[in-house]
Design a protein around this ligand. Structure first.
Ligand code: 13P
Length: 252
């Protein structure tokens, strides 16, 4: 059984004060929730505040990106050891907004993934096709390529923590969620590619999250798909009530 992960990616929203206020409201709402793992990804200035605020609770906190090296003359970057030193447990890697605006390449995502695993961080590697690629019938090719590149040289024995997030770019922030069938198909492709690279046992144990316009109204039908093991939520994770409704989705 793969335990589902419901994660909130706050992107470039919330000051430290707003982040801590969110946590103060959110924790009592979900304090007895054990069915799923809950992770928040605040922006870098809020990260240590959120880590402190969730201490001792059933909520974890992660970074939205990191560099792959431990230290060096890289202005603006944060290293895996720096994240581990503040008890950060998770890190998003290769989010499409990072690929698009910060020019993160498949190679960089691969280096970051290896660094995260080495430093005991749980990496959430984001993949997903653009609308143009989907309309050209290239969804499978894109996903297989992104997974193969990310996992290049990764050993099955060292990748127990690996999490993948399927986030079709056309569904991010647009309100047009992938249908449960579209998402399931993509997740199955991803799981097959993980099996081809890391073996079927690792593929079976790897959580694959769906992201892209997840809302309280569509969470349950998405989570009912056999290969969907959680959600990576953007906009709808910014409000504690709304995010709580997503966390507590009920399957029919
Ligand atoms: P939205 O839920 O706002 O579409 O964002 C999805 C996302 O990019 C999460 O990482």
């Amino acid at each position: 059984m793969r335990k589902r992960i419901i994660a909130g990616n706050w992107k470039m929203y919330k000051t430290p004060r707003e982040s801590v206020d969110f946590v103060a409201k959110f924790l009592p709402m979900i304090h007895d929730h054990t069915r799923d793992e809950i992770v928040l990804f605040p922006t870098s200035t809020s990260l240590s505040h959120v880590i402190e605020a969730v201490k001792g609770s059933n909520v974890r906190a992660g970074a939205q990106t990191m560099h792959w090296l431990n230290e060096g003359p890289y202005t603006g970057q944060t290293s895996p050891t720096m994240l581990a030193s503040i008890h950060c447990t998770h890190v998003l890697l290769g989010h499409s907004e990072r690929r698009m605006y910060a020019h993160e390449t498949d190679d960089m995502v691969n280096w970051k993934l290896k660094a995260a695993l080495l430093h005991g961080l749980t990496p959430v590697v984001c993949v997903g096709e653009s609308l143009e690629k989907r309309q050209s019938g290239l969804t499978e090719a894109v996903l297989r390529w992104q997974i193969a590149c990310a996992l290049n040289g990764v050993e099955p024995e060292s990748s127990a923590a690996l999490v993948i997030a399927y986030e079709p770019i056309w569904a991010i922030g647009t309100g047009s969620t992938a249908t449960p069938n579209q998402a399931q198909e993509a997740h199955a492709i991803i799981r097959r590619e993980i099996a081809a690279t890391l073996g079927s046992a690792r593929a079976e144990s790897t959580r694959i999250l769906y992201g892209g316009s997840v809302k309280p109204e569509n969470t349950a039908t998405l989570m009912a798909q056999p290969d969907i093991d959680g959600a990576l939520v953007g906009g709808a994770s910014l409000d504690p009530d709304t995010f709580c409704r997503i966390v507590k989705y009920q399957t029919a």
